[in-house]
Design a binder for this molecule. Structure first.
Ligand SMILES: [Zn+2]
Length: 1021
């Protein structure tokens, strides 16, 4: 279920949660004129181009055209022409990051990343770049890691040149305005505050901080107000000068890589950029390499005991290995990660699980920087596992000993190679901005011809390198870290930047000796050959005149089945999305917990088996929901049904392993409790949901009922749960209607034969509803967050039931407000790092919302948002017609973007099914409506629902404040709610009792189904 794939320099999609990646997080919306650039003459272009590469290896399904360019100034560029794209995109990767920060200015590279967004000599206005993008349907972001700073954006195709011109100025002539930097340092500071109490960031920094003294790896990457303002001020360091110095020293064309994707031809795009980016100066910067490893003698044979913020228990063992990136053709650490992280029969995880010590394991290479790397194994620990840390490590070395004895094996390398080849050949398309963002750094690493394929290549088999790495994974070279609340109050050290409490001790020589003599364990063996690897990649021919949208192909009291054969992606893949409804699943907190544990146990029991399918690209997920169970199967369609059958067998015939039950129950209980340590803005969002939905068990209610959860209760409950069900499913992808019907039969037969399942009554399928706020109301709900020092707020202005015109008015309002909201509340007022505005939709009801996380009190934020909305009214009223039209067009661009992946398309259809609206053609209907909306319509809408005096204003604010402790008088002073200049808020009605609040209010109906789903489909059956 979990493993760490080898992290070469390619970046995974979950950058937001990955520690070490600092990003500028923003929303867009806003007004400037498009500029027309003069095309460079061809001679001028030739003078700037050193070399072209038109032979870039791509997968067979890929219709895009590629060209590599090496400019005379050393910049590497990848041009991608895609005639079908709705948006153009660009990404610039500067091969320099936080590890190159000056020692006296931690966070400078990251700070510079923020500052480049805020004005250049050619476009001095602070929001010129973001406003331009927002007005043309675009968005932007950037991130800083140890060795890279990556900037990217997307925009409507017609405005690519204008956007590129603004973008290029980042690298030519940034302003780095002093006054702006004094403000923006607050955003960096708040970004750090957001991370400070997050365990993944704390553990990452602790590993860094405890590395070899004075090694660059020990640096603090994020920066805060202290490191970037207060201390420099005291020491007479001019931060603006240092920002300029850093830019002029390192932002050199020869360590920059650019990737662009657009609709135009390669030649046209080449002419757009060559002059612009050919003008970036080459300062002949060498990409830094650190051959000395951050782990020296003092860093190994040691054990760190670390106190977490959340109630986590974790064991990590890590080893120094050299940088393996030059061996990308053989990927020896991928080979080893594949085995150490394996979850099938004979694997390390399987054995540790059967001992009751762990639930999850991640193993593999963890990239360091150029010159050094790590190999790590991380497991979570059960309560019992915490008492068996030494034994677990013994098992890890026994497993590694087995690898020594049995490896290298060429067939395993071959299997990995085949799987990677397959992943490359049948790759899903990415959104343009993600595609350029993820591909651009490869230009630094691989020859031009291989920039797309290198991450998937394992063309060389190098047993010598596998043996070399394996030889480094020995007890005398291990660094161990154990994370547990049990160390609380027993530690002596505090990490400098995050305040993490920890102890460090030498591992006794006799323990090292014991691990060295661990020997072999008969439980461990190499994995069997993977039978799930697909062999049939044929595409099922589409019938002529097949419907454009999912159609109902079966409708009985037991099941309702939708099908659409894919005619867009034409990949050998399919998705089955299956909702299994039971009114018992969310009956009360106890039953909700039982249903959840049921799914957790089924997945746990299936893990050894399903892991092989997962690595072969056939995945499944099973979860408990508001209405029952949700099961999905995705990936290659070949062999999907084998997996589905096995999942159904487990689901209908689970034998509960009591030991696993206890371990998983404890883990789930902890997860419920750990919710209290989530971010303040997440709490605000969560409580808004609790307040607005008809029925929602809170985390506390669920947690409190965990005592009642026993094996006996669960055993008694499962047959009840499965005795009466309704199935609604969507089959989408490379499969015919006939095939879909056969799969449904299989599902129904399994349920009927094993559990004697009967259908539910139609009245048991009614969906839950949303609370209707009364006209003119202003409710406020207040909570405290015990862990974080920031406050969080969600302000929600409920508009009403989803309906075409209102949907578009609301989305257009959000489109217009989004960029100024970010500019005013974040860039100008610096309320916080997280400032979001947009649409909230739930149970068919929608409204406008603003979410902020800040070091200011919630009531202050509430006032500032109200002041901002008053400005917005003026802005809309005074908006010129052509600007209004631009905003409409920008939203049209955004809404016209088609899903790039089969699963994304499937999820889009699925959301129509589970909402009961079945509005499969929503985009074209809503875009047509959007084009008819006038400025007056929008003003009326604002005056009706959002304006301070609106007759139908329905406002609710959730205020989350930090818990004030007695010994911190300063923070209590900071967070006191005080009235704010000029803005007088109407007195809120404070919600103290959620049940009482809800019982006094009406419920909305559910929105009507957009199509009469039964009548036309029945006639086809
Ligand atoms: Zn940032």
């Amino acid at each position: 279920m979990h493993r760490l794939t080898v992290l070469y320099r390619h970046l995974s999609s979950n950058l937001v949660v990955k520690p070490g990646f600092l990003r500028i997080n923003q929303q867009l919306g806003g007004g400037l004129k498009q500029i027309k650039l003069e095309k460079a003459s061809s001679e001028a272009m030739e003078s700037k181009v050193e070399c072209r590469y038109d032979n870039i290896i791509k997968s067979a399904e890929d219709n895009r055209l590629y060209r590599g360019l090496l400019l005379k100034n050393g910049m590497k560029i990848l041009i991608i022409s895609d005639s079908t794209t709705e948006k153009a995109a660009a990404a610039m990767d500067v091969h320099i990051g936080s590890l190159s920060d000056p020692w006296n200015l931690p966070g400078l590279a990251h700070f510079l990343e923020h500052m480049l967004f805020l004005g250049t000599k050619k476009y001095p206005s602070e929001n010129a770049y973001m406003q331009y993008l927002s007005e043309h349907g675009g968005s932007s972001n950037a991130f800083t890691s140890g060795q890279h700073t990556n900037y990217y954006f997307d925009v409507g195709c017609e405005h690519f040149e204008g956007a590129l011109d603004r973008f290029a100025q980042f690298f030519l002539c940034p302003l780095l305005n002093e006054e702006v930097s004094e403000r923006e340092v607050n955003a960096v500071d708040q970004e750090n505050t957001r991370n400070v109490k997050q365990d993944n960031w704390r553990l990452f920094q602790l590993q860094k901080s405890t590395s070899k003294k004075n090694h660059v790896y020990t640096k603090f990457n994020a920066g805060n107000k202290n490191t970037l303002q207060t201390i420099p001020l005291q020491e007479g360091v001019n931060v603006r000068e240092e920002l300029l110095n850093f830019h002029s020293k390192y932002y050199s064309s020869n360590i920059m890589a650019l990737a662009i994707l657009g609709k135009d031809s390669l030649d046209t795009m080449e002419s757009m950029i060559v002059d612009l980016f050919g003008s970036v100066e080459n300062k002949s910067v060498e990409i830094p390499v650190w051959l000395e490893h951050p782990y020296g003698e003092e860093q190994v044979q040691v054990e760190y005991n670390v106190v977490p913020v959340k109630d986590l228990r974790q064991l990590n063992i890590s080893f120094a290995i050299p940088d393996m990136s030059e061996h990308y053709k053989s990927k020896p650490s991928h080979y080893l990660g594949h085995l150490v992280g394996h979850e099938g029969v004979g694997s390390l995880l399987s054995e540790l699980k059967s001992q009751g010590w762990v639930n999850m394991l991640y193993g593999g290479e963890k990239a360091g920087a150029k010159g050094f790397s790590f190999f790590t194994v991380t497991v979570d620990l059960s309560e019992e596992g915490l008492d068996h840390v030494e034994d677990i490590i013994t098992h890890i070395f026994q497993y590694l000993n087995m690898l020594h004895k049995e490896c290298p094996q060429e067939w395993i390398h071959k299997e990995c190679q085949d799987l990677d080849n397959m992943r490359f050949q049948f790759k899903d398309k990415e959104r343009p901005s993600s595609y350029v963002m993820m591909t651009v750094a490869n230009l630094h690493e691989y020859p031009f011809t291989e920039v797309l394929s290198a991450d998937y290549t394992m063309s060389e088999y190098r047993p010598d390198l596998i043996t070399m790495i394996l030889g480094l994974l020995t007890p005398d070279k291990a660094r161990i870290s154990v994370v547990s609340k049990s160390f609380e109050g027993k530690t002596e050290n505090v990490e400098k930047w995050y305040g993490t409490e920890y102890n460090v001790k030498k591992v006794p020589a006799d323990v090292i000796q014991k691990w060295q003599n661990a020997g072999l364990n008969p439980k461990f063996s190499l994995p069997a050959r993977n039978d799930f690897i697909p062999t049939d990649f044929s595409i099922v021919p589409n019938e002529e005149g097949s419907p454009a949208f999912p159609t109902l192909i079966k409708d009985t009291p037991m099941s309702k089945v939708w099908h659409k054969q894919d005619d867009t992606f034409l990949l050998p893949k399919a998705c089955y999305f299956i909702d299994i409804t039971s009114p018992l699943s969310y009956l009360d907190p106890l039953h909700t917990n039982l249903t959840r544990l049921f799914t957790v146990l089924v997945k746990d029991a299936l893990n050894e088996y399903a892991y092989a399918a997962e690595i072969a690209g056939i995945g499944y997920s099973l979860d408990s929901t508001y209405y029952g169970l949700y099961l999905n199967i995705s990936g290659y369609n070949d062999k999907q049904d084998i997996l589905l059958k096995k999942v159904l067998e487990k689901l209908t015939n689970l034998q509960i392993d009591v030991k696993r039950f206890e371990v998983l129950k404890e883990m789930y209980s902890r997860m419920l409790k750990n919710f209290s340590a989530e971010q303040p803005h997440q709490h605000a969002v969560y409580y808004t949901t609790v307040l607005m939905s008809e029925l929602a068990w809170t985390k506390d209610e669920l947690s409190n009922s965990m005592e009642e959860v026993t094996v006996e209760r669960l055993k008694a409950f499962i047959p009840q749960l499965l005795s009466r069900l309704h199935v609604e499913a969507l089959f989408y992808g490379n499969l015919s209607k006939q095939r879909a019907l056969e799969v449904v039969d299989m599902i129904e037969n399994e349920l009927k034969n094993t559990c004697s399942t009967k259908p539910l009554l139609a009245s048991q399928l009614v969906k839950r509803r949303e609370i209707q706020l009364p006209d003119g109301c202003y409710f406020q709900y207040r909570k405290c967050n015990d862990v974080h020092d920031s406050s969080g707020i969600e302000m929600y202005y409920q508009v009403g039931l989803q309906e075409t015109e209102n949907n578009m008015l609301l989305e257009l309002l959000c489109q217009i407000i989004s960029e100024p909201c970010f500019d005013t509340l974040r860039t100008q007022e610096q309320l916080g790092y997280i400032v979001f505005s947009g649409v909230r939709r739930s149970n068919g009801v929608q409204g406008f919302r603003v979410i902020i996380q800040s070091n200011k009190p919630p009531s202050y934020l509430d006032c500032r948002v109200e002041a901002f909305l008053a400005q917005m009214k003026e802005l809309i009223i005074n908006m010129k017609d052509e600007e209004f039209e631009r905003q409409v067009s920008a939203l049209v661009v955004k809404r016209s973007v088609k899903p790039k992946k089969l699963t994304t398309q499937c999820r889009k259809y699925w959301s129509e099914i589970i909402s009961g609206q079945y509005h499969f053609d929503r985009d074209s209907v809503e875009i047509a409506c959007l084009k008819t909306i006038t400025k007056d319509n929008l003003i009326d809408f604002f005056n009706k629902y959002i304006d301070a005096n609106a007759s139908q204003r329905h406002k609710i604010s959730v205020h989350v404040k930090p818990t004030v402790t007695a010994d911190e008088p300063d923070s209590s002073e900071n967070m006191t709610d005080k009235p704010v200049d000029g803005i007088v808020l109407t007195e809120p009605v404070v919600v103290t009792d959620v049940t009482y609040f809800k019982s006094g209010l009406s419920l909305f109906p559910r929105p009507a189904s957009y199509i009469d789903s039964l009548a036309p489909a029945k006639s086809k059956l």
